[in-house]
Design a protein around this ligand. Structure first.
Ligand SMILES: CC(C)(COP(=O)(O)OP(=O)(O)OC[C@H]1O[C@@H](n2cnc3c(N)ncnc32)[C@H](O)[C@@H]1OP(=O)(O)O)[C@@H](O)C(=O)NCCC(=O)NCCS
Length: 150
């Protein structure tokens, strides 16, 4: 298993992985456009030349960043890939000086295992919500806000 930054040649594999889960309502869909624009944010897991896990670190505001677009291939779930990717993004966040890392998720159990704590949506910095306006679910967000202080 290789963990590495994404490159242009990974875009179609990342889209497929994310959007298959999005069709099941498990995460938000991504467009090719947003993926290209945010490609530098992605770390992925590759096995035998195939992308089997992805997630991105998105900088939001001063010392504030989000873990987003986290997906592990169904055949590889619960084998530690999600944890390793989030740990790598957390290291990257620390190097950048991020103090607060958050995720909006339907999988609070996974993030709890990685040291995130559930918080009331009202208690998190407003800047965290600045991109929600582009979400198809806005303003009826049903995701859970999880925060980790670094
Ligand atoms: C959520 C997801 C990314 C987890 O990745 P994963 O590679 O299966 O997780 P890991 O194997 O690294 O698990 C790390 C720990 O979390 C636990 N865990 C994993 N998924 C969990 C869940 N849904 N609920 C509770 N605990 C979970 C594991 O058992 C493991 O615990 P351990 O350290 O005690 O063994 C993966 O299940 C997935 O892609 N799901 C579908 C898409 C999705 O929901 N994405 C999240 C969008 S925010």
């Amino acid at each position: 298993m290789i963990f590495r930054k994404a490159t242009f040649s990974d875009v179609e594999s990342i889209l497929k992985l994310i959007n298959e889960y999005a069709q099941q309502g498990l995460m938000l869909a991504r467009s090719r456009n947003t993926l290209y624009e945010g490609l530098r944010e992605f770390v992925l897991a590759e096995e035998d030349g195939k992308v089997v896990g992805v997630a991105a670190l998105h900088l939001v505001w001063d010392e504030l960043a989000e873990i987003r677009a986290l997906a592990v291939h169904p055949s590889k779930i619960k084998t530690g890939i999600g944890r390793t990717i989030v740990e790598k993004l957390t290291e990257e966040a620390k190097e950048l000086g991020v103090k607060t890392l958050f995720a909006l998720t339907y999988q609070p159990g996974f993030f709890r295992k990685l040291g995130f704590k559930e918080v009331e949506k009202d208690s998190v910095p407003q800047k965290m919500w600045k991109e929600c306006i582009n979400c198809p679910k806005f303003p009826n967000c049903d995701e859970i806000a999880m925060v980790k202080e670094l």
